[in-house]
Design a protein around this ligand. Structure first.
Ligand SMILES: [Ca+2]
Ligand SMILES: [Ca+2]
Length: 285
């Protein structure tokens, strides 16, 4: 019934016998009422009801109810999962969107993602590239082989995991009990001396001045050294070491050569089970 009334209105308003003014205003009224247009009337069919009348490359404009050239289909990126990834890279990302084409490429913060695989027009997977130092949201760009690009800077962020910044570790002996700082090779860079209680030695690690240390060089002392201190015990300007040996009731003195090495320990008797040693000028000379 409604359809019949619409048809009658269209016929009445769009009839060629109408005056031109009535025809224009009538057509406008029909469009506003959503009934149709005289253009449809003349062609006999509305593309709103019959979208199939639009040829390929056209789409139906619901306002004019006429077939018009379709807007160019554009590549769209709508989502990335997971939305966070480590700066060390290597994880698989799933990108969703529209009109992904086989051979599409992905770049993340300007670095090409590897192993890009287009699963469908709406989904592709890619491996996150490593990006040391990156932090927070970064731009992600998908490019089709035809040159179309989609870019989003609000979908994916890098985070710095511990893998990206490994904590430096420098192995020493067994059961290290005490550590002290000195410059044992006189190069102006801080070195370390460690009392390895379980190994019966002192480990010396020469520093590079940038937070790194060479492998420790062990120097034998007494049993179960628990404490180590730096001093210049023979006043030659070269750093020496004193070590409290808990297990042998001695304090060992090791004279340094100023090049990072030490002479064999000279033990001095101490009380029972010494646990620490300090350096000072005990006799005031
Ligand atoms: Ca040094
Ligand atoms: Ca000395």
């Amino acid at each position: 019934m409604k359809r019949a009334i619409q048809e009658s209105l269209l016929q009445l308003v769009c009839a060629r016998g109408s005056t031109r003014g009535l025809w224009i205003y009538g057509c406008l009224l029909l469009v506003l009422l959503g009934i149709g247009s005289c253009q449809d009337r003349e062609s006999g069919t509305s593309c709103v009801d019959h979208p199939e009348i639009c040829s390929s490359g056209q789409s139906c404009n619901p306002l004019s109810q006429a077939c018009e050239p379709a807007p160019a289909a554009t590549l769209v990126l709508t989502g990335i999962s997971p939305a966070l990834g480590p700066t060390s890279g290597g994880v698989t990302l799933e990108l969703s969107g529209q009109r992904f084409l086989a051979g599409a490429t992905v770049s993340i913060d300007g670095v090409a993602a590897t192993q890009v695989s287009v699963m469908s027009e709406t989904q592709l997977v890619a491996t996150l590239p490593a990006r040391p130092g990156a932090h927070g949201l970064v731009p992600v760009v998908v490019q089709n082989p035809n040159g179309q690009e989609a870019s989003r800077s609000d979908l994916f962020a890098y985070f710095a995991g511990w893998l990206a910044f490994p904590e430096p570790r420098f192995p020493v002996g067994t059961n290290p009990f005490s550590v002290t700082v000195g410059d044992f090779n006189a190069d102006g860079k801080a070195d370390l001396a460690v009392a390895n209680s379980g190994s019966g030695n002192v480990g010396v690690l020469l520093g590079d001045g940038k937070g790194g240390f060479a492998a420790q060089v062990p120097f034998a002392v007494g049993t179960a050294p628990r404490s180590v201190a730096v001093g210049d015990f023979n006043a030659d300007g070269k750093a020496d070491l004193a070590v409290a040996n808990n297990g042998s009731n001695t304090v060992s003195v090791l004279l340094g050569d100023g090049k990072g090495a030490f002479a064999a320990q000279v033990p001095f008797a101490a009380g029972t089970a010494p646990n620490s040693v300090v350096v000072g000028d005990m006799n005031g000379n």
